[in-house]
Write a protein that binds this ligand. Structure first.
Ligand SMILES: Nc1ncnc2c1ncn2[C@@H]1O[C@H](COP(=O)(O)OP(=O)(O)OP(=O)(O)O)[C@@H](O)[C@H]1O
Ligand SMILES: [Mg+2]
Length: 313
């Protein structure tokens, strides 16, 4: 039998495995609360004393809005990924909280990976990400990765090195379709990273008076997920004005509470001295959201402990 002259394609060997306590926030749909949830859960865990690293893998770089640091290009992270070197870290964005910022340069990753695809020794994006993040793992108790809504390469790369995935979703049909898409991606990556677990789904932006809708959405999600993962009990209420304030001021929800109270004192002072009061806040009550994120952080951390302890649902 004639033998092919072509050498058989070498099997790609991935150098990666799941990094413990690295959690990706993902949904195939945009605008469902991935960034808000990653930022506020990270903020609460840091407040509780955990050392937290937030990684922004989104070319939109929205984590900057929620945490109030200056928008970045993402070029430093991109360069670190290509070279396998230490990334630039914004240290102490809050106490116990560091950030690896994302930005537009991350748009080029997809193209980069296509151009490397024919190199049998090149590895995939998961391998690149692992090389950058694994050396940092010992410095943190928790690494949270905010992923973009599209950009399959980036999302699957994050899954390839995650120990768990949290899926925030709104209650509309399109967002729930996004949950299904992300669950499928999750299953596809599982061959590559068998340790990957679905931590659970977060109901985000739920109308305060939509009890029946919430119940029905929970039912559909449970049907879809079966025993694979829970829908967390805590839901994040829809509060557009408070969320607009948070992003405008670059504050997490528990910080907004204090800022609103301070602003109220300033307004009263201005009134007393006959000046026109103005504080630039749309909302007077972020307290509910702060509480919800505190509870959600507790639920997510408990679930991570269960996953680590091998109590897999
Ligand atoms: N509790 C809330 N109620 C209503 N809207 C909110 C709430 N919290 C945040 N938002 C707003 O919802 C929008 C989407 O949130 P976020 O950016 O977190 O979603 P995302 O899934 O990360 O989006 P993308 O897919 O673009 O990355 C933002 O404008 C945010 O300010
Ligand atoms: Mg986002």
């Amino acid at each position: 039998m004639a033998r092919s002259l072509e050498a058989p394609a070498k099997q790609k060997i991935h150098q990666t495995k799941a990094i413990e306590r690295l959690v990706s926030f993902a949904n195939g749909k945009g605008g469902v609360g991935k960034t808000t949830t990653a930022a506020n859960v990270g903020g609460y865990a840091a407040l509780a004393g955990a050392r937290v690293l937030l990684v922004d893998l989104d070319p939109q770089g929205d984590l900057a809005r929620d945490l109030g640091y200056e928008r970045q290009s993402g070029q430093e992270l991109f360069n670190a990924l290509i070279a396998g070197t230490a990334p630039a870290i914004l240290k102490n964005i809050r106490e116990n909280l560091d950030v690896i910022p994302g930005g537009q340069a991350l748009e080029d990753i997809q193209g980069l990976m296509v151009s490397r695809a024919n190199r049998s020794d090149a590895g995939d994006f998961g391998d690149l990400l692992y090389a950058v993040l694994e050396p940092l793992a010992d410095d943190y108790d928790l690494i949270l990765v905010d992923t973009p809504p599209g950009e399959r390469t980036l999302v699957e790369g994050a899954f390839a090195i995650s120990s768990a995935v949290v899926i925030p979703t709104r209650s509309d049909e399109a967002s729930i379709d996004g949950v299904e898409r992300v669950a499928r991606r999750f299953l596809a990556v599982r061959d590559r990273n068998p340790a990957l677990q679905l931590a659970g789904v977060v109901l985000f932006g739920v109308g305060p008076r939509s009890m029946r809708l919430e119940r029905s959405v929970r039912e559909s999600l449970k049907e879809m997920l079966g025993s694979v993962a829970p829908v967390f009990d805590t839901r994040i209420r829809n509060l557009e004005s408070a969320s607009a304030d948070a992003r405008k001021k670059g504050l997490l929800f528990h910080e907004l509470e204090g800022a609103v109270t301070e602003a109220q004192k300033d307004r009263l002072r201005a009134l007393r001295s006959g000046q026109k009061p103005s504080d630039g806040f749309f909302s007077r009550n972020a307290a509910g959201l702060a509480e919800e994120f505190e509870q959600l952080t507790g639920e997510i951390l408990t679930r991570l402990n269960e996953i680590e302890g091998g109590d897999r649902r």
